[in-house]
Design a protein around this ligand. Structure first.
Ligand code: NAP
Length: 323
């Protein structure tokens, strides 16, 4: 099969499309012909070994010290099941699926365990649209639903609301019944309002000057800390961040013992049940993707380069167009 490999850490140009052996399907696994995979911020960071702050050493230990341990990147996918292992009961050849993987989606073929984070393609979605959603939406569901337990009527402030996670955090927070204030560039005001934001704030101004208190402040852009957000949090407010640091870990540990505002951090791994809940929302038209541009696998370097400029939507790689 053809796959895009990352032979070493570096800029978008390091990605190379080459022939590699087809993966072998185990008895509990399915073989997916990958039609679409997005370029996420996580993919860009791994390609460039751009592991921020406290994750610098851990990032390389996990992903490969000198070069990526798994040279085929790509963590989200949608495609068609083309073969199944002898013990697989959930899927058959011809099924259309989407989901997430640790790596391997920048390829024509991908093997996944049948019980992994994978579900049937939602009604009304093509492959690219479906593959675009889980990265941001699963992250938003984990932080807002699981960690912060957002309740109907609560207020949520999103710092970085127009980014790859933010675009879905707005939609998930609205689905949970929250009032959403989106902090972003004025160029993105229209987009975040279309996605459901109730109020918008220019990120060139200091959001801490708001007189309003928020039940949840979710930092998606690494522009705040728990200490400087306490003044805008309600008495039981939760501060969430996508970015690990020693200060964040200290605040998480310290505030877990008190009864006031708390800090929370985690890593959104996702599972099958969560993806199935998301697929239901998608097929009901309650979560929608924001698409930017799609590239065939052969042009994956251009796709990564465009994603680095942070266009208003998901940049997709389409492996099946590589032939
Ligand atoms: N912990 C986890 O489980 C987890 C899961 C998923 C992702 N992540 C990490 O989370 C990070 C964010 O991901 P992403 O896909 O959302 O990134 P992204 O698409 O690059 O979005 C970042 C957003 O932040 C905005 N921004 C920049 N400066 C700002 C400011 N001062 N105030 C408010 N917003 C500002 C950017 O706007 P402009 O474009 O206008 O600058 C952009 O819209 C990545 O580093 C990713 O690796 C962590």
């Amino acid at each position: 099969m053809r796959a895009a490999i990352t032979p070493q850490y570096g800029p978008a140009a390091v990605l190379q499309v080459t022939q590699v052996p087809d993966p072998i399907v185990g008895e509990n696994e399915v073989l997916v012909q990958v039609h679409a995979s997005p370029v996420t911020a996580g993919d860009r960071r791994v390609r460039a070994a751009d592991f921020p702050g406290a994750s610098a050493a851990v990032g390389r230990l996990m992903m490969g010290v000198l070069r990526p341990r798994n040279p085929i990147q790509g963590t989200m996918f949608a495609g068609e099941v083309v073969a199944v292992g002898s013990k697989v009961s959930r899927y058959s050849a011809g099924d259309q699926v989407f989901g997430s993987a640790d790596h391997g989606a920048y390829a024509e073929l991908l093997v996944r365990p049948e019980d992994s984070t994978m579900a049937t393609l939602p009604k009304g979605f093509d492959y690219a649209q479906a593959a675009a959603v889980p990265y941001g939406a699963i992250t938003a569901m984990y932080f807002l639903q699981t960690l912060a337990e957002v309740q109907p009527g609560e207020s949520v402030l999103l710092l970085g609301a127009a980014g790859g996670v933010g675009r879905y955090a707005i939609q998930v927070a609205k689905l949970l019944g929250a009032k959403v204030t989106a902090v972003c560039s004025p160029k993105d005001f229209e987009l975040v309002q279309e996605l459901g934001a109730d109020a918008v704030l220019d990120y060139n101004e200091d959001f801490r000057k708001q007189s309003e208190r928020f039940d949840v402040v979710f930092d998606l852009a690494d522009v705040s800390g728990f200490g400087d957000c306490k003044e805008v949090l309600s008495p039981k407010g939760r501060y969430l961040t996508l970015y690990i640091s020693l200060a964040v870990l200290a605040h998480v540990a310290w505030t877990s013992m008190g009864s006031g505002p708390s800090a929370k951090f985690g890593v959104a791994l996702g599972d099958r049940e969560q993806l199935e809940r998301l697929a239901t929302w998608m097929s009901e038209g309650r979560i929608r993707p924001v698409m930017a541009q799609a590239y065939p696998l052969l042009e994956i370097s251009a796709a990564h380069a465009l994603a680095e400029q942070r266009p208003k939507g998901e940049v997709m790689v389409l492996p099946i167009l590589a032939a």
